[in-house]
Design a protein around this ligand. Structure first.
Ligand SMILES: Nc1ncnc2c1ncn2[C@@H]1O[C@H](COP(=O)(O)OP(=O)(O)OP(=O)(O)O)[C@@H](O)[C@H]1O
Length: 224
């Protein structure tokens, strides 16, 4: 499989944000999307995820069943971790798994992200880092080949960041693809970078950005 976006142009609120943005992420590949505040990193991820319709351009997953829309192959881990306050941690995960269509074991996923002991706690009681860990559990409980991660280290402690690194490494080793918007160094081994531009916050839409990535054979797992 290969995630491909070609010549994306995206506007928000009637204002052009992205123009001529192309990328390609092969199986096992990782792409860090960087740029200053307002550059359009989240906009790009939301567009890839099918939440924003581009003005022009194309998004596809090569090598996949053409009948399946790309968005159904993607996980978006956004700024808002979408935790339902009244539901327990485990019910939150069950809900997300049902919506996303996964079959992963809930208890295993919660153990993996360090939330096993608070599976019965209501979502409202979670700290910011715990909410983020619950979001990571969704990646495990409902496996999908493309992970779109928006500032994935936000609110995570050192252990949580190491966990994220291991999960990403395992996902890539299985042939999964990762696109991460970030201000931090994520250390994705063998990954590529897409820079949405230094003048982003002040001027017009991002100029054409194209990146290609190493083939899967050159991409190995990520060290924690
Ligand atoms: N709902 C919206 N309506 C109109 N404009 C929006 C909307 N959401 C974002 N924008 C604008 O789109 C531009 C890109 O925003 P985006 O959130 O994609 O940037 P970003 O690179 O992720 O920024 P940050 O590093 O601050 O998270 C900004 O100028 C922002 O004001």
């Amino acid at each position: 499989m290969r995630l491909v976006a070609e010549a994306l142009a995206v506007a928000r609120g009637g204002r052009p944000i992205l123009e001529g943005v192309s990328l390609a992420v092969p199986a096992g590949g990782a792409l860090a999307v960087v740029g200053p505040n307002g550059a359009g990193k989240s906009t790009l991820l939301r567009t890839l995820a099918g939440l924003i319709r581009p003005l022009s351009g194309a998004i596809r997953i090569e090598g996949d069943d053409p009948e399946i829309p790309p968005r159904e192959r993607m996980h978006l881990l956004g700024h808002l971790d979408a935790v339902k306050s009244a539901l327990s941690v485990e019910r939150n995960l069950a809900f997300a798994r049902d919506v996303l269509g996964g079959e992963g074991d809930l208890s295993e996923a919660l153990e993996r992200v360090g939330l096993g002991r608070i599976a019965d706690l209501p979502g409202a009681a979670l700290s910011a880092g715990q909410r983020r860990r619950l979001a990571l559990a969704r990646l495990i409980a409902a496996p999908r080949p493309v992970w779109l991660l928006d500032e994935p280290t936000a609110a995570l402690d050192a252990g949580g960041q190491a966990l994220l690194g291991r999960l990403v490494g395992e996902h890539r080793a299985r042939g999964g693809m990762v696109v991460a918007a970030t201000h931090a160094e994520l250390g994705f081994e063998g990954g590529a970078t897409l820079d949405l531009g230094a003048s982003a916050a002040r001027s017009g839409p991002r100029q054409s950005s194209t990146t290609t990535l190493p083939t899967a054979s050159t991409v190995t797992s990520l060290e924690p």
